[in-house]
Design a protein around this ligand. Structure first.
Ligand SMILES: [Zn+2]
Length: 394
């Protein structure tokens, strides 16, 4: 017997997807987009729609309760940057030969539109959902992945058994990505008059020895078969002294450390501290806290620790996702990983909820001035999401 595949309305989905691209939604300014999404969920007859205190839109189709299937996508985009570098207005929703161009088309308004319509096609009770299916459209993912979906799951009390991320995979599957850790190192020196530097300890010289130690450490970092090697990069450095004639007592460095499989925050910090001890450098090592206000005015914060995550190739969710793509679209998808980071840092990396990535659009267009998505792929993704929501009713 052929499996039932829900068929979202192609024309309405195209229009909605275009609308999303024409509504600017930089991180922290997602309010107007959230309103448009609520309107669409209402038109699709979602069983429940709410906007939480952070401004995330959460739509449910099917009965209340647990376990749930959670489709997760972010509403925010990075800024358009220099408009002169785009061939079309990035907020006009230009469509040419079936391709939608503009900021957010690939990352990830195409995926968001597909999730909303794919799950929406199951609304109305005709498809015997025994468990709830949620679509969470979250804020502030670009500057701090995991922050809003944590709020949705922990504060709103959702109990998902599975999470599907709609970030761009070009209709293939993604089963993980490297994580990220921000590290701030404040090196302490002792100031003195620059005419007699031997009386003090120059914090810049101390920091220079430390940076050299980091360069030696980099090639020795852990490597993982799927995710590749961990990396580190010193990305900012700043010193402080009373004036240009004073030996500085303070030098601060910022390190971007990418965590691969088997890496942890504790391990990464221990590696850094070992260099400081070996070189007898006085320094304070800290993981900074991301702080901002969501568009609703809620103060939010999170430590800048984003764990790596991987799903096993033979995990039941991965198998089910492969089967669903094959039965819906007629090909066996590649199963790979993302270069960028997603909400999976929380759902699988922290909370251990089985998570899979599937979405329209290509990763290489994310954040670029060529950003685009094929509308046919948005529709294909919507059909897969609807079918997957049914397949995961266990
Ligand atoms: Zn994204």
């Amino acid at each position: 017997m052929a499996l039932f595949v829900p068929q979202p309305d192609r024309e309405r989905l195209d229009t909605f997807c275009r609308d999303l691209v024409t509504i600017p939604s930089c991180s922290g300014s997602e309010g107007a987009l959230a309103e448009r999404i609520v309107q669409e969920m209402e038109a699709l007859h979602y069983d429940q729609i709410r906007v939480d205190d952070m401004g995330n839109v959460i739509g449910r189709v099917g009965p209340e309760g647990a376990p749930a299937v959670l489709f997760d996508g972010h509403m925010d985009t990075v800024d358009v940057g220099d408009r002169g570098l785009w061939s079309d207005d990035p907020l006009a929703g230009v469509v040419r030969d079936g391709v939608l161009y503009g900021r957010g088309a690939a990352d990830m308004k195409g995926g968001l539109a597909a999730m909303i319509h794919g799950v929406g096609a199951l609304a109305g009770g005709a498809h015997e959902l025994v468990h709830p299916v949620y679509v969470a459209c979250v804020v502030l993912e670009e500057p701090c992945e995991g922050l809003a979906i944590r709020h949705v799951i922990e504060q709103e009390g959702l109990r998902p058994a599975y999470v599907v991320l709609g970030e761009p995979t070009d209709l293939q599957l993604s089963r993980g990505h490297r994580g990220r850790l921000a590290i701030e190192v404040a090196v302490q020196g002792r100031s003195c008059h620059a005419s007699a530097p031997e009386r003090g300890t120059n914090a810049i010289y101390e920091a220079a020895r430390f940076v050299f130690g980091l360069q030696l450490l980099a090639p020795q970092l852990t490597s993982d078969a799927l995710l590749g090697q961990a990396t580190l990069a010193v990305t900012e450095i700043e010193s402080r002294s009373g004036s240009a004639n004073v030996v500085p007592e303070y030098c601060r460095l910022y390190i971007d450390r990418r965590l691969t499989g088997g890496d942890t925050e504790a391990k990464a910090l221990a590696e850094i501290k070992r260099i400081l001890t070996r070189e007898s450098i006085q320094a304070d090592v800290q993981v900074p806290t991301f702080r901002t206000q969501s568009y609703t005015g809620l103060e939010v914060e999170a430590l800048e620790v984003f764990p790596s995550w991987t799903m096993a190739e033979d995990d039941p969710l991965v198998r089910k996702a492969i089967d669903t793509v094959e039965s819906t679209l007629g090909y066996v998808p590649r199963v790979g990983h993302w270069d960028f980071s997603t909400d999976g840092v929380y759902t699988m990396g922290t909370a251990g909820i089985p998570t899979i990535g599937f979405g329209p659009g290509e990763e290489r267009y994310a954040h670029s001035v060529q950003e685009q998505v094929r509308l046919g792929d948005v529709h294909a993704a919507a059909r897969v999401y609807g079918r997957l929501a049914l397949s995961l009713q266990v």
